[in-house]
Design a binder for this molecule. Sequence first.
Ligand SMILES: [Zn+2]
Length: 358
Amino acid sequence: MKKLIFALIIVLLALNVYAQRCQDVGVKCSECCKNPVSSDNSKICCEEKSCVDRLQTTAIVPLLGNVTFEKLDDEKYVVWYGDSKNVFGKTKFVYAEKLGNKLSYTINNQDYETEISDTSCGFNVLKTTSKKNCIVDRSCDFTLMFVPVDNWLDDQALFENLAKQRADFFQDISLFKEKNFGIIYVPIDYVKKNCDVANIRNDHTGFLTHLKMKNCADSYSDAIGADYDRAVGFSDTFGQGYAFFINKIVFVPRGFDNIDFPSVASHELGHTYWLCDEYSYKEYSRENTEGIVLKCKNKFPDYCKESNDCDGNTPVYREYSQTYLKNVCEGDVKYSVMGPTGGYECGYDKTGGYNAIQ
Ligand SMILES: [Zn+2]
């Protein structure tokens, strides 16, 4: 047995000696790879048995951020993705299919098509498109971003699922129903590494707290190369939502009393379009005098007669028409989402609410 191991070691040593590396034949590491993305890459290349051209080009693909495209020896292509700082150092990759001058690949259930063009020493990456997602094409009329705040316990699927319900409801009851509507979900992992939003709930009415959420949304927007129109700091907790009239981002909990209320997001987003609260005349009046130039775009419900306990305008311009959502559009009378959230709210009202959001 010992002899066999000894023999094996000899064979392995011999293989090593005879392996011809780039530096053995006098090629500098920097010249070994024609278009290396990282120093790691040059190193790997030079440790190969022979010089290997790793033809790579980086590009920003919206939704994915920094991506490295690599052409392999056998004319196959690989797309490296994941970390924006050192893509090639990551193990996440997919093979791409080449048809004509287009590479087709699927990442996170999203289909992409990237146009490339050959050059004398490699290839260039041109436009990336996606039939199903306007964010990739940059053709959205409106983009809503969801930032997971507080503590989602790494449950990205739950976060995206609940966020999508809220986005769908908002789109359906507004004029965005007729438009190209994009949704960006910020990964929980990204937030943990780059943002200071783990404790928003406890100070959700603070302007600095909202600034923290906005900084997070802005940095992710830069990282993936896609802009957003409004953002929701979406918390896994229950309680009150909060919005500043002048801000692009709002704070939205799942609901209150431990019950999911999907319409809170539409209520808070309504405030960013200068829609005022319809549940209390006191609140409505305060908000109406907050802006120097801008006044509330919706009217306080006539039937409430300046009451401080009002269900909101009715009827609404358009009731929610998608798949049934729990705690939305309940009861016989449908109220505006700018009223108190409680299950009866079903859309934006006719007194300016619906037209304000477009
Ligand atoms: Zn409100």
